[in-house]
Design a protein around this ligand. Structure first.
Ligand code: AMP
Length: 290
């Protein structure tokens, strides 16, 4: 496994690999790797000749009051984990390699970034889309793998790839969870013991909604379910805020208020909840077929 620090060295390498006919797979991450990231690597490993993983805490996707400087980092450990997954190349750039002095070009995916996470994290998806496009240009992968855990991010990347005619296939992987259902996240290390216990309520609320929706009679709207989820989550003492609970079509992210007109498709139930300073997101997709 080789560690590369500059866009130029990666670009030279990937150009050569492509000319040799190698299939390049790519897993973008912000590091502090957990089983969720490793599952993406395992999926990618099976489909490519050369596997690139990027480890880059992208300042452009953090708001001014967010946790960029406190975001957990441990490159030594990450390196060992990548090695175990038979990663070929880690791209581990410094911030000034990606955003050199005077940097001024950004990607703005309109509309689907104005809802859900976009409301609570203004500018977040501009930072995500920009860095992902840059990484695609640097690494030139045939495919890239993203987690369903960040459902809106996945929808934004798919939209960007489609709108900008990018020559890269986007693959999604299911969310990996702890035993009690909590979605794995690098941010889970911020949770204290009580918060960690309470955080399992997010998956419980999502599963409750899934059960209800699968049984729902068409005249019912989704408001009742949302209120019940709200109550259930709020019943945990360490929950300080619920940013949103939402029902949307999984690709377009069009909001769904009632199942009356939504008889077929993938219903995304998503939420964002704060436990003090720690903000967690999670989601489930319910396939609807009536
Ligand atoms: P991050 O390092 O948090 O930016 O995540 C890098 C990639 O890993 C993204 O595509 C995430 O959606 C994915 N990911 C993060 N957590 C999980 C998880 N629990 N299960 C599956 N994928 C995940």
């Amino acid at each position: 496994m080789k560690i590369l620090r500059t866009p130029r060295s990666v670009n030279k390498l990937s150009t050569r690999l492509r000319s040799e006919g190698k299939i390049i797979g790519f897993v973008p991450t912000m590091g502090y790797l957990h089983e969720g990231h490793l599952s993406l690597m395992r999926t990618a490993r099976k489909k490519c000749d050369s596997l690139f993983v990027s480890i880059f805490v992208n300042p452009a996707q953090f708001g001014p009051r967010e946790d960029f400087s406190e975001y957990p980092r441990n490159f030594r450990r990450d390196k060992q984990l990548c090695e175990k997954q038979k990663v070929d190349f880690i791209f581990y750039p410094q911030v000034n390699e990606i955003y050199p002095h005077g940097y001024s070009t950004y990607v703005e995916v309109e509309n689907i970034t104005n809802i859900l996470e976009g409301v609570h994290r203004p500018g977040h998806f501009k930072g995500v889309a920009t860095v992902v496009l840059k990484l695609f240009n640097i690494i030139q992968p045939h495919f890239a793998i993203f987690g369903q855990k960040d459902a809106q991010q996945l929808a934004v990347i798919r939209k960007m790839v489609n709108d900008l005619n990018l020559n890269v296939k986007i693959i999604s992987n299911p969310t990996i969870r702890e035993k009690d259902g909590l979605a794995m996240s690098s941010r889970n290390v911020y949770l204290n013991t009580e918060q960690r216990q309470d955080a399992s309520v997010l998956y419980k609320a999502l599963k409750y909604a899934e059960r209800k929706i699968l049984k729902l009679d068409y005249n019912d709207d989704l408001d009742f379910i949302k209120k019940q989820m709200w109550k259930l989550i709020k019943s945990r003492a360490t929950v300080t805020d619920i940013d949103y609970i939402s029902f949307n079509e999984a690709d377009s992210l069009k909001e769904i208020k009632t199942l009356r007109n939504f008889r077929k498709g993938r219903l995304l139930i998503s939420l964002a909840v704060r436990f003090g300073k720690v903000r967690l997101i999670d989601n489930l997709i319910v396939p609807i077929k009536h």
